[in-house]
Design a protein around this ligand. Sequence first.
Ligand SMILES: *Cc1c(COP(=O)(O)O)cnc(C)c1O
Length: 461
Amino acid sequence: MKEIRKKNTDIPDRSRRDFIGKTIIGGAGLTLGTGTPLFAFSTADSGKPAIMGGTKAFRETFPIWPVFGKPEEKALLDVVRSARWGRLNGTRVAEFEKEYAKMNSVKNVLGVSSGTNALYTILGALDIGPGDEVIIPVYTFIATYNVVTLNYALPVFVDTDIETFQMDARKVESAITPQTKVIMPVHMGGSPADMDTMSSVAQRWNIPLIEDACQAHLAEWKGKKVGNYGLAGAFSFQASKNLNCAEGGAIMTNDDAFAQTCYRFHNQGQGDARVGYYGTGMGTRATNVRLTEFQGNILLAQMDRMEAQVKLRAENAAYLDDQLSRIAGITPAKLYPGTTQSAYHLYMFRYDREQFGGLPREKFLKALAAEGVPCSAGYGKMNLSDYVTNLATNKHYLKIYGEKTMKEWLERNQCPQNDKLAGEQAVWFTQNMLLGSRNDMDRIVEAVRKIHKYADAVNNM
Ligand SMILES: *Cc1c(COP(=O)(O)O)cnc(C)c1O
């Protein structure tokens, strides 16, 4: 089978050519005070928005995900022919763990069957249970919440820093109670949460810090990979994630004893001396969430592509930041100053309808999609969803915590900043779009600019 999309390998050259070509054609590059050339209108105005019958800004397709080729085919065939399909009699998962640990400069990596199960294993190894509280961001994938309730612990939401889309580190301390057993920030969209503040709060209160890094493969805070800051970090290799084996995940930890406990939790309480995990120590509950050899070998093949992909996403994201922030009403998500690398699992920005003639976000998204630019509003208000509020009347929760506590829990769940972000402002692009060419990025910018220009007309359609 051929590589589906050759494009990903030839982007740097092509995009440079496109950019230079346009500069010459466009001619009049404006100059900012900093001396940075500003090609704010680097592309010809292609007229009306597509939703009003105009020409689409983008008529190609963004790179498909996953990117794959011969190495992935070989990886699968090799495992099939080895007749060793599970980690208990194979070598590929262990090899992946070793390589991924090296890549992230961490002592231990444990492959598991999903990101959810990475978090579940970590909470299991910490013996989190009924009566315990776990602090989580309200702006996250539902799995972050689910692993808490699977253990009959109480999820405590922290409101969002609207500028960065991250859990607001300044609000973590006030969420701590004597029952708090874990602080679990998420590196949302692949960009690090404020790890300096998180770490100092966790240290001051002596509460384990667990990083939900399921979106943040190879992201860095102050030059160190995420997953290294807490007691442990969780990663996801689910199909949409930046490292993909269909379904899978991993735990990272520099604590050898904790790594042992996690191994046993994920393997029915058993160690495996063959790969250096022994069957002694703490822990009285366990499950089976082992990764398979097929997945381990696919991950090894996909890993070879990672560094180049991370670099390309970051370049395109920086370009979009620069270009989109010139359009009134578009504010790209900020990175905290400690960020030395974002994984850009998502490209996120805030949309201000007031600057678009009152055009509601939903209509903006429709118009953008019509231009050929896939986009979404991202997460909803998780704390206010029926799925979450129904916990207050769950019979087990009523038995464990009582009616009064669960009523108070509903009140504690207020997150006004997140209501604004999730309810009105957030817009997302997916990571595969950032693997496109510079020209693809220009088409995105053109699409947004067109809608901005014709916002009143689109709104009155
Ligand atoms: C994807 C994701 C998970 C869960 O990972 P799965 O592999 O899908 O189980 C958990 N937390 C966050 C923030 C995620 O994005």
